[in-house]
Every structure is written in C-alpha cells, then in structure tokens.
Design a protein around this ligand. Structure first.
Ligand SMILES: Cc1cc2c(cc1C)N(C[C@H](O)[C@H](O)[C@H](O)COP(=O)(O)O)c1[nH]c(=O)[nH]c(=O)c1N2
Length: 222
C-alpha cells in the first residue's frame, strides 16, 4: 500500500491534497440505488478496511470488527430484516409523510455486490477504558468513526456506500452469527455506482433541507 506509506512519510498536506480531501467529503453520498454489479477487487476492499481501522477510538480500544458479506443468501437475510423494520417504521409516520416515506428507496442491500457490517466489541479492552469512564457510549462512537473513515475512503476509490439502519440489531446478530456482547453498529452496502447524486437524496425528495451552518454554530455558550 504505497499510497499509505507516503501519507506517513509526508506530514505536510499540499493544497492539492487538501482540495482532494474536501472533494471527497463534499461528494460523498449515501447510495441506495445505482449500484453496478461489478465485484470490488480485494485490494480495494482491503484499502477501505485499512482506512476504517485507522479511525480514532476511545482509549485506542479499536472496538470494531468488519464482517465482509458477498453471499446473496446472507444478504437476503439482512434484507428480510429491513422489510420488517421498514414496515414498522412506516406505521409510525402519519398521512402524507407515510406516503412519502414509503416512496423512498432506503437500502441497496441486494443491489450492491457486497455489504460490510461494522461492529463494536464493548468489552474489547476490559471494563475501564481511558476516556469512556463518564460516558460509556464512547466505544460505539469510535466504531462510527471507523464507518466514516470507510465511507470517505470508499468515495476516494469511486465506490458508493449506503448505511442501512432500518433493521433490528438482534436480527443482524442472528443472520451474521455475531456474539451477544457485540453490537452491530452499521450495515453498509458497498459497490461501484453509475453516478453519485449531487445532493442528499432526502433533500432532493423534499424530506428535509440542509440546515444553514450559521444557525448551528454557537459562540462561548449556547
Ligand atoms: C447513522 C446513520 C443511519 C442511516 C443513514 C446515515 C447515518 C449517519 N442513512 C443515510 C442518510 O439518510 C444520509 O446520510 C443523509 O440523508 C444525507 O445524505 P448524504 O449522506 O449526504 O448523501 C440512511 N439512509 C438510508 O437510505 N437508509 C438508512 O437506513 C440510513 N440510515
């Protein structure tokens, strides 16, 4: 992985490297449709997993595991869990919103050629973890950092990623044989795509607009 070695040697980021990072950040999308069936080469999968594994983690506990799933039967199991949770979710919305919710495509489990489940082993480095003592959920946040690293690295590889959270953790655990004490943090659909949307699909569908940054930045106190 020459590119990674170089990244370690050169500590200063050049303007073009900075621009590339921002391009990746702003062009990353949650991909539900438009997956191509092409297999993702193993070395590319390895690179995005390597990026995920270099995420920050509380107390450096690295609580994640990555379950790489290509098998259609296993993915169908996850899809079945999505269908159940999706029906439950639809019932929670009222009237017009329900109709809109039902019209959205919210997963690409079978469309993408593979899925990656990112987990959190909450007991990985013992009971007392530096940085987790007052707020025990910090280990889960660490696994989410790994998800984001993977998502951005995937975009840099021109790979689409879609996070599917409309599925119960217990269902994912059962389908993937994940031990009871490990939390399945994210099911990610991964694959090459025919295009990336310019803006979030939920924004395009009129579900919610992007909020203005200035309404979210507070100075000194809330
Ligand atoms: C924790 C979490 C969980 C989910 C998501 C994201 C995150 C962070 N998103 C994707 C989400 O809808 C999307 O990120 C936003 O709409 C913004 O769009 P872009 O990611 O910028 O394209 C998502 N999308 C989807 O179609 N089905 C899903 O179940 C979920 N679940």
């Amino acid at each position: 992985m020459e590119i990674l070695q170089n990244a370690r040697v050169n500590s200063t980021i050049s303007p073009s490297e900075r621009d590339a990072l921002y391009k990746v950040i702003f062009s990353r999308r949650d991909v539900r449709g438009q997956y191509l069936p092409d297999a993702v080469p193993d070395d590319v999968v390895q690179r995005i997993l390597h990026a995920a594994h270099h995420a920050p983690s509380v107390g450096f506990m690295q609580p994640w595991d990555f379950i790489v799933v290509k098998d259609m039967g296993v993915r169908q199991g996850i899809k079945d869990g999505f269908e159940t949770a999706h029906r439950e979710a639809a019932a929670l919305f009222g009237g017009e919103q329900r109709e809109k919710y039902c019209s959205l495509k919210l997963e690409g489990i079978m469309d993408a050629p593979m899925g990656i489940c990112v987990t959190c082993d909450r007991s990985r480095s013992g009971d007392v973890v530096i940085g987790r003592t007052p707020n025990p959920e910090m280990d889960l946040y660490s696994s989410v950092c790994a998800v984001q690293n993977l998502w951005l690295a995937a975009r840099a590889e021109n790979l689409g990623v879609g996070w599917v959270s409309i599925v119960h953790h217990d269902h994912v655990r059962k389908v993937l044989g994940i031990p009871e004490h490990i939390v399945p943090v994210a099911w990610l659909c991964v694959g090459y795509v025919s295009f990336f949307h310019e803006t979030p699909e939920l924004e395009q569908a009129g579900w919610l607009p992007r909020m203005e940054l200035k309404t979210l930045v507070h100075h000194e106190v809330w």
